[in-house]
Design a protein. Structure first.
Length: 308
């Protein structure tokens, strides 16, 4: 079957591709979009133009992409919020499953549980024990209500059986500064935000939130290894197309993304933001996205979190 825009038999684009990034320039989503976009430009033989559409935790970008022609010339790069917004907002204007054709999980990002360097806490179990004391109420910072590090701490509270007061900030940087200033007791931060401060001796990393340890911190245990089974918080970025995009186009984009993600220079560039390349089939990404929506939907409902 031939497509006028991506003609058979090679199924290649004949004009520039627009890649909508659900992020302002300079953010982690934008960074990944530019790394991957540049490589796809080379492999597909057409420019991949980055179109930054920040705002509403990715809702603006997703709504725009959902309504774009399904011809392979508009793609969307999203992050974890694509799986949480449907339960955080009363109305988002699109369906995160039905309105998109998954292409590939691009990469995962690590988060870590951290405390100020001056804290008496050195292990995650010590933090939980402290939180359970009747005369001690701990608080934690996040990058905003409904953000991954907010929901990650709510999940830890449930599994660990403790309470803590949520103090939302406007960004990961602001949450980091609050922790550095001793204004809060603990936070879950991205590894890229926490690692420089930990190396400088200003923060202590208690645990990794993913299922596995990071090669950047091989001696730091996971939350599960620290004694809290069933816990996982992993950030991710993924590539989508509008629903109805031809399967041949989606499959080719998935294959090309997998190829470029494991090129040594791409691996090195992603490591700068503590990201690890993945590369998945469209079917794997679809199943993963549904599982993320289900998982975090339960956490959001239990915590009562709403987008601010």
């Amino acid at each position: 079957m031939a497509f006028p825009s991506w003609p058979a038999p090679r199924c290649t684009p004949t004009k520039p591709i627009r890649l909508i990034a659900a992020s302002a320039p300079g953010g982690s989503v934008d960074f990944v979009a530019r790394v991957i976009g540049q490589k796809l430009s080379t492999s597909l033989g057409q420019p991949v133009v980055i179109d930054n559409k920040a705002g509403a935790a990715g809702n603006i970008a997703a709504d725009l992409a959902a309504k774009a022609p399904a011809d392979g010339y508009t793609l969307l790069l999203v992050a974890t919020s694509h799986a949480t917004n449907i339960n955080l907002y009363s109305k988002i204007g699109y369906d995160p499953i039905k309105d998109f054709a998954p292409i590939s999980i691009l990469n995962t990002n690590f988060f870590v549980v951290v405390v100020p360097a001056a804290s008496s806490v050195n292990k995650l179990k010590e933090l939980v024990s402290l939180a359970k004391l009747k005369d001690r109420k701990i608080n934690y910072a996040s990058a905003g209500s409904g953000q991954a590090n907010h929901l990650g701490m709510e999940l830890l509270k449930t599994i660990g059986g403790f309470d803590a007061v949520h103090v939302p900030y406007t960004s990961m940087g602001a949450a980091t500064n609050a922790l550095l200033g001793g204004q809060v007791d603990v936070a879950i931060l991205s590894l890229s935000a926490a690692l420089p401060q930990a190396k400088a001796g200003k923060l202590k990393i208690l645990a990794m939130t993913a299922q596995k340890r990071s090669t950047l911190l091989p001696d730091v245990p996971t939350v599960v290894e620290a004694g809290f089974p069933g816990y996982e918080l992993t950030g991710w970025q993924g590539l989508l197309a509008p629903a109805g995009t031809p399967k041949e186009v989606v499959d080719k984009l998935s294959r090309e993304a997998a190829k470029v993600l494991h090129q040594p220079d791409v691996v090195a560039q992603l490591s700068v933001v503590a990201a690890e390349p993945v590369g998945s089939t469209p079917q794997e990404f679809a199943a993963f996205l549904q599982s993320e929506i289900t998982k975090w939907g339960k956490v959001i409902k239990q915590s009562g979190a709403k987008a601010e």
